[in-house]
Every structure is written in C-alpha cells, then in structure tokens.
Design a protein around this ligand. Structure first.
Ligand code: AMP
Length: 419
C-alpha cells in the first residue's frame, strides 16, 4: 500500500467543515476591510525566496523543497506567501492601479521541518498583505481586523504580542551592539546561536536554550536603540490600538524569523496548542518590494497557520451543518422510479437531499444509514405510498411524522423544519 508522505495530511470529509468555516469567515471579515483574494502559484523560482526571505534564515537554509525542472531551472515549493504575493504585485504593476492595495490568500505552504502536533511539512496559511502605506493606521486597523476574525471564529480573548524591530537606519547599529555583547560569551552558547551571532544576532532571541536565554535577558533590546522615526511610529501604532480597543502586550525581545521585517512585528500564541504554540505572526516589511526589484512600496501583513486554527477552534464553535436535511428511503425498485424526481423537487427549495439506491435494504437498515449521516428527516417511499400518493416525512430527533403529498412536498418540509 502506498501511504501519504510524512508530514502531510488528508483532510477527510468529516473534518472539512471546520476548514471551510475558517476560510468562509476569513473571506467575509477581510472583505469588510477592503481586502481581495489573490491566488499565486505554489511553486516559484528559488531565487525569489533566497532574496525575499533571506539566505541566512532557517527556512531558506534548511527547510525548502527545492527541485530542478526538466530544463534544470531551480524551483521551490513556496514555504511562505509574502514573497510570492510581493512578486505578483510587482509583476502586475499593481501599484499603478491603486495607491493602497489590500490582498489576502489562503493556501498550502511547504517546509521541511520535523513533523509534530501543529507542525507539518505541508500546512495551510491564511494571510493578508497591505501594500502602499507605512502609516501606523494600517498596522492598527489590520491588527484590529485580525482580532475581529479570531473573535468571529470563537478564539477569544487573545492578546497580540507586539514589538518594533526598527528600520535600516537604527537596526544595523543595534545589531553591532548586540553582537558585541554576545561575542565574549560565544563559546558557551549553542551551535545555532554561534551561527546567528555571525549572520544575524537578533535571531538569538528565538533560542530555546535556558543558559542562552538568561544571557539574552540581560542584553539591551532594540527598544533601547530605536531611532526617533521608529519610536514615533511605534508610539502611534500603540495609541491607535488603544483607541480601537485591541489588546496587546509588549515584548521587546520579539523578533521574527524572516529578514524582511522592519518596525512593527507581532505574534499571537495560544497556550492550548502545546509546543508549537505560535498561532500567527506578522509585521511590517517596508523594504521587501524594492529589494525584489519593485518600486519603494511599504507593506504590512500577517499569516495565520490554518492547521493550528483548526486545533484551536472551541468545541462550541458556530460551524454550519452540512449533513442532509432529508434522507430518502426507497423500499423497492418501484419506489426508486419516483424518488429522484421528488428529491430534485426538495432540492429546488435549497434543501440537502440524499438518495442512496438500495432497493433490497430494509426500512430499518436504511433508517440506520440516515442516522449515521446525521439526516434531520427521512422521507419514506414504499409501494403503498406510491399507490396512494401520500408519503411519510419523519423527523429524526423525536420521531414526529406527517403525511405529505407530492405537489406540496417542499412547502410541507419547510413547515416541519420551522416547527
Ligand atoms: P511564519 O511564516 O513562520 O511566521 O508562520 C506563520 C504561522 O504559520 C505560524 O504562526 C504557524 O501557525 C504557521 N506555521 C508555520 N510553520 C508551520 C508548520 N510547519 N506547520 C503548521 N503550521 C505552521
């Protein structure tokens, strides 16, 4: 037997409702704020990610699914979607169409990581990107939208963990200060941190090793070294969030794994998720579009891990039903001659009707099937019913039943549903 590849999953029909619910709500909430969907390819030129995410990041260094095509060009399954969306934004000259462009996407990403609960090699992200403004109102409104979305799907209360990581004017200087602080302790730090000190010492803040964390707890943070413009921007973001009632906590040691971030960065973590507790992350990346060869357009965005959202949905989430309204029970071949037309009539009233041709099966076994499917009603068609033109509609929850006839069938069903 051929099995699915490690780190991938099948989402079976029994669980698909949760996924569709999350996606429908995302589309609905994001559209309230003027976001429109974009769908980009799931593979891109490898160079896009090397340039867009940064060659020194874990993603690019260790986690990409990269392969040559038949002509030897290097392609990569997208490990994230900000660089691809920025690529499409540039390629289609979207900055010419409108000054501010709000886009969202939903789809699979691929990273070669060690699989565990909440960490897959193919996983899905729901993300948004705003291009064209560095105004703090963009940061605050997009965060408000995010919290509204989480609230809509029943994930509440959440607090956004917030920081500013500075800009090209102030971060390089801070990077040197941090490197200078860590360098004397280098030999006692973990292998990852030793590498990070060279490549990008800010990433040491992501280290999970206790001794390294203690050392970093005593280091200056970027907050001590923001330039005036970044300090003002961050103050304005916080003031807008307060006015909007968006709850947040400050963490001056929050740095995000990707190179393209500047100024506002944020994450939301949930305790219930276990070791992989980061539900989402995002921030501002004013330099990315230009670094990919586009105009100097600032941008802001976030990506939510959909797999982790599904794991975090509360038991009582308001997920719409997809089980049948009516299960048709046809007793005998004669009944089956009538059943499809009746089912079609009920469906024209927008009701979900399932008809399984099993003429030899008993009433009892077909009732059991209706129950397994979670049908709300059964419509029973036997020889006698067909001869008389009167059929039995039975409610599964309490066994209540009414006789209905063919012409008034759809209306009678509605009446029964409302009752
Ligand atoms: P990142 O692009 O790394 O900032 O990730 C954003 C979000 O995507 C994370 O907070 C996770 O919820 C989700 N995510 C990232 N990597 C994985 C993975 N390997 N499996 C499942 N979800 C992931």
């Amino acid at each position: 037997m051929i099995e699915r590849v490690k780190g991938t999953r099948d989402i079976l029909p029994d669980e698909i409702n949760r996924w569709q619910f999350l996606e429908d709500q995302a589309r609905d909430v994001f559209s309230l704020y003027g976001f429109r969907e974009i769908r980009t390819p799931i593979f891109e030129s490898t160079e896009l990610f090397q340039r867009g995410i940064g060659a020194g990041t874990d993603i690019v260094a260790k986690e990409m699914y990269t392969f040559p095509d038949r002509k030897g060009r290097s392609l990569t399954l997208r490990p994230e979607n900000t660089a691809p969306v920025a690529r499409a934004y540039i390629e289609h000259q979207m900055h010419r169409r409108s000054e501010i462009e709000r886009l969202y996407y939903i789809g699979p990403m691929f990273r070669y990581e060690r699989p565990q609960k909440g960490r897959m090699r193919q996983f899905s992200q729901i993300g948004v990107e705003v291009f064209g403004s560095d105004h703090p109102v963009i940061d605050a409104e997009t965060l408000q939208m995010l919290v509204l979305y989480l609230d809509r799907i029943g994930i509440r209360p959440v607090s956004v963990t917030l920081n500013s990581v500075g800009c090209e004017a102030c971060r390089p200087r801070y990077r040197e200060i941090l490197r200078g602080y860590l360098q004397p302790h280098r030999d006692r730090m973990c292998g990852d941190c030793r590498r990070r000190i060279e490549v990008n010492p800010l990433r040491c803040f992501d280290c999970k090793v206790a001794a390294d964390r203690e050392l970093l707890a005593r280091a200056d943070t970027i907050q001590d070294h923001l330039c005036d413009a970044c300090r003002d921007h961050f103050a304005a973001v916080k003031a807008h969030l307060e006015r909007l009632g968006v709850p947040f906590d400050l963490d001056p040691r929050l740095v995000r794994g990707l190179d393209y971030y500047c100024r506002t960065t944020f994450e939301v973590s949930l305790a219930g998720l276990g070791a992989q507790n980061a539900l989402l992350g995002g921030g501002r990346y004013d330099g990315l579009v230009k670094s990919l060869g586009g105009p100097p357009v600032p941008a802001f965005g976030f990506a939510v891990g959909e797999d982790r959202l599904v794991l975090s949905l509360p038991e009582n989430a308001d997920i719409p039903e997809s089980s049948p309204d009516v299960y048709m029970i046809s007793l005998g071949e004669k009944a089956l001659q009538h059943a499809p037309a009746m089912a079609a009539r009920l469906r024209s009233g927008r009701r979900r009707v399932v008809l399984d041709p099993m003429p030899g099966k008993s009433l009892r076994s077909q009732m059991r099937k209706a129950n397994d499917l979670g049908a709300r009603f059964v419509l029973i068609l036997g020889e006698q019913e067909i001869a008389s033109g009167r059929y039995t509609l039975k409610r599964m929850s309490d066994g209540a039943q009414v006789e209905i006839d063919e012409t008034g069938m759809a209306a009678q069903l509605e009446e029964m549903i409302r009752a």
